[in-house]
Design a protein around this ligand. Structure first.
Ligand code: ZN
Length: 142
């Protein structure tokens, strides 16, 4: 999660909303992603999707079975859907997103009863740090 927060800080330094993600396979980081929607003019360039693309290229497979995705913020519906397509095994996220979270806060896309793929989810690790990063970012922009 420290590594994901590092990605979030790098996003912030580039003027983006500070959200970061890393993907682990066999306890090793195989991909990093940071929010880059503004830089890339890409509404899908959320940290999680960016990291998923890098990881799939690294593994040479669009299925990321056995991988853990670590994100500083609860994933949105798009990212949750992408994680299901990738068959991510485990999701670890820091802060809940009460406005757009799709891992239970607003929607429950992950582990929806109708879906085959079930994912282990843990959250709350370094949540205060992640929330503070986002809060300070939006306060500065006002
Ligand atoms: Zn997202």
């Amino acid at each position: 999660m420290r590594e994901a927060l590092g990605e979030a800080r790098a996003a912030e330094a580039a003027g983006e909303v500070p959200i970061g993600a890393v993907i682990l396979f066999n306890n090793r980081i195989i991909a990093r992603g940071q929010n880059r929607v503004l830089r890339d003019n890409d509404p899908t360039a959320h940290a999680e999707v960016v990291a998923l693309r890098v990881a799939a290229r690294a593994i040479g497979n669009y299925r990321l079975a056995g991988c853990t995705l670590v994100s500083t913020l609860e994933p949105c519906a798009m990212c949750a859907g992408a994680m299901i397509h990738a068959r991510i095994d485990r999701l670890l996220f820091a802060a809940d997103d009460l406005k757009a979270g799709a891992a239970g806060s607003v929607l429950d896309v992950l582990n929806h009863a109708a879906l085959n793929h079930q994912m282990a989810i843990e959250h709350g690790l370094l949540a205060e740090e992640s929330t503070a990063l986002l809060r300070e970012f939006f306060q500065r922009r006002r």
